[in-house]
Design a protein around this ligand. Structure first.
Ligand code: FE2
Length: 436
């Protein structure tokens, strides 16, 4: 079964100008099968009773069938997704029942702005909730389906303010409508928990790479600790902005189109700045440098004088493939270096790559080479769970819910700044497990 990420519908010019609920085609959006809870280490089985704040009506159906079911809503960037996740107490498995999403794709040469992205999410979120529930419970009505839910998980941050607020409001509304508790989730922790359960990577060094985040993370004492990160822009932002600079399309994503360019036969490497500062990395200078290279040396490009054909000293000899290949090789080498150093420091031999840039096959290949030389294991996912999605918010949310954590209506605000290490991971062991 494959997830879909269709973008066939246009966004309205304003959320108020076109109050039409779009139709989402209901096709399978969930993963292939249940994932064993064993990957999570010491999760208590069966889970402890959830908070008394849970309504009796919301608990009755799922408890009687020995299942805990939650819905997750994600919309911190240009994707809005709704996932339905079930925990089967008897088989000790988590399973994604549905995970539809929609992506806001701006025109070529443009990025996604908060206001338009928020409108996009507002327009699609209700249809996505209906589609997710219909797919997860095909034999039930929407009312029957909602009576089986034990929680509504939503992204509390980090991310873009308008899109975050749009989805938080949807979650609050559904919580009041269905009398089901809220669970606010850190987006980064959502990526990590979905990665751990779906790959079976129980205690990895995590490389989280996306349009808004670049972090190397390792777990210790109920905290996901950040060992290294970007000190300026995120790697996905660097790739996206360069794609725009050389006119690559945003469909399906600018980063994927860079990957396709870089794969072209004969792509040549040119040296770019390599900026690792201790455990941190910096991408903004690399971007400035390669944008200048494109302006002066790209075949058919425009020099400072605006004329076609490369107006600089290099005479327009480089192709887009050369530049994309060189950029990927340089940026990914920086990431592999700080990931390896974190592995050595923590004595860990597993690496998990999460986030949208984590889909990149060349990044996975370079990381796998390093991990293999250290006798370790690389865990990576495809676009269904690397890219932002509702199920990952449901996964982190259900772990918190199973340990009695819920979010009151008063605390259901969201925030653009919410660091990974601000979360108390109460579902993980208090002590760092022994590592070799
Ligand atoms: Fe993300």
């Amino acid at each position: 079964m494959m997830a879909t990420d269709t973008n066939s519908e246009n966004i309205p010019s304003s959320p108020l100008s076109n109050i039409v609920t779009p139709t989402i085609n209901i096709v399978s959006t969930a993963k292939d099968g249940p994932c064993s809870v064993d990957a999570l280490g010491n999760l208590p089985i069966p889970p402890p009773p959830v908070s008394s704040s849970l309504s009796s009506s919301s608990l009755s159906s799922s408890s009687s069938s020995q299942r805990t079911i939650v819905i997750g809503i994600e919309g911190s960037a240009n994707k809005v997704g709704v996932g339905v996740l079930v925990y089967d107490h008897r088989n000790r498995t988590y399973e994604t029942l549905a995970n539809p999403r929609k992506t806001f794709v701006p025109k070529t040469g443009e990025g996604f702005l908060p206001r338009e992205t928020a409108w996009h999410h507002q327009f699609h979120v209700v249809a996505l909730v209906k589609a997710a529930l219909s797919e997860a419970f095909p034999l039930h009505t929407i009312d029957e389906a909602t009576s089986m839910l034990s929680g509504i998980c939503f992204t509390k941050g980090p991310g873009m303010g308008g899109p975050l607020r749009s989805c938080a409001i949807a979650a609050r509304t559904l919580s009041l409508l269905w009398n089901i508790p809220l669970v606010g989730v850190n987006h980064c922790v959502g990526h990590i928990e979905m990665g751990r359960v779906s790959t079976g990577c129980s205690d990895p060094v995590v490389l989280y790479v996306s349009g808004g985040n670049t972090q190397v993370i390792a777990y210790s004492d109920r905290t996901y600790r950040i060992f290294g990160e970007t000190i300026d822009i995120a790697i996905g932002n660097c790739l996206d902005r360069f794609a725009r600079a050389i006119g690559l399309s945003n469909d399906p994503s600018p980063g994927y189109n860079i990957e396709l360019e870089a794969r072209k036969p004969g792509a040549r490497f040119i040296e770019l700045p390599y900026v690792v500062k201790g455990m941190d990395v910096s991408f903004s200078g690399v971007l400035t440098y390669i944008e200048n290279e494109a302006r002066h040396r790209l075949v058919g490009g425009k020099g400072d004088d605006g004329k076609e054909g490369g107006g600089g000293e290099g005479g327009g000899t480089l192709t887009k493939a050369d530049l994309c290949f060189s950029l990927q090789e340089t940026l990914f080498a920086m990431l592999v270096e700080i990931t390896e150093r974190t592995m050595a420091h923590c004595g860990q031999n597993q690496v998990l790559i999460v986030g949208g840039v984590g889909c990149n096959k060349r990044l996975q290949e370079m990381m796998a080479d390093m991990v293999r030389e250290r006798g370790g294991t690389l865990c990576a996912m495809d676009h269904r769970y690397c890219v932002d999605n509702g199920a990952m918010i449901a996964q982190a949310g259900i772990l918190a819910l199973q340990h009695g954590v819920t979010t009151t209506m008063e605390d259901s605000w969201c925030t653009q700044r919410f660091r990974t290490d601000q979360v108390k991971a109460v579902w993980r062991p208090a002590n760092t497990p022994s590592r070799q």
